[in-house]
Design a binder for this molecule. Structure first.
Ligand code: SF4
Length: 184
């Protein structure tokens, strides 16, 4: 676990160093969208067009679930009977498929992500749709049946409450980013 975390942090550091000589707007990105193998199943996403679209930005890779202390791999989790807002209001929990309650880890990871955004002055985030942490407009409904419902993940809910604009990777690519950035 510690070994994987070091690889993950090193990959993030390299990306940040690639950008460090230039003044670019800082943007938080779901780390799994950048090829970091931090998903619950130890996999990542391979999205070259997405990564290419980030060239004008100072990329800050974040995985809220790892920042919250969860391992790779880990049991998949969903928000039970609610969305990110409900978790912060104490009305819903994040429950893993094996029945474990991961609510405190998800909240801790979200708070650390917010802290990172403040450290770097990031006001934009591009996050992975459907995730119980990073979902921007849709999340799984808590039944582990693959059904999606409108709502945000735990981290997205916290970031948006604190003035950070969050867009999904799909909508980012659809808009090519320009329209979204102009609205901010
Ligand atoms: S969707 Fe978010 S929490 Fe899940 S693996 Fe990707 S970065 Fe981590």
């Amino acid at each position: 676990m510690i070994f994987l975390l070091i690889i993950y942090l090193e990959a993030g550091k390299k990306l940040m160093m690639m950008n460090s000589n230039l003044v670019k707007p800082p943007v938080l990105i779901s780390a799994c969208l950048l090829g970091n193998k931090c998903r619950y199943n130890g996999k990542s996403y391979d999205l070259p067009a997405f990564v290419d679209s980030l060239r004008p930005f100072f990329v800050i890779p974040v995985c809220p679930e790892i920042l919250g202390g969860l391992p790779i791999p880990r049991a998949p989790s969903e928000i039970n009977k609610g969305a990110g807002d409900d978790v912060w209001e104490g009305k819903a929990l994040v429950i893993a498929k094996n029945g474990a309650d991961f609510t405190s880890e998800f909240k801790a990871g979200a708070l650390k992500t917010l802290e990172l955004s403040r450290t770097h002055g990031a006001i934009i985030a591009i996050f992975k749709e459907n995730s119980p942490s990073c979902g921007c407009t849709r999340i799984y409904d808590g039944s582990f049946s693959g059904r999606l419902v409108p709502g945000q993940g735990v981290t997205v809910s916290l970031l948006e409450k604190n003035g950070i604009k969050v867009i999904s990777e799909k909508n980012w690519l659809l808009a090519r980013g320009d329209e979204f950035v102009q609205k901010i």
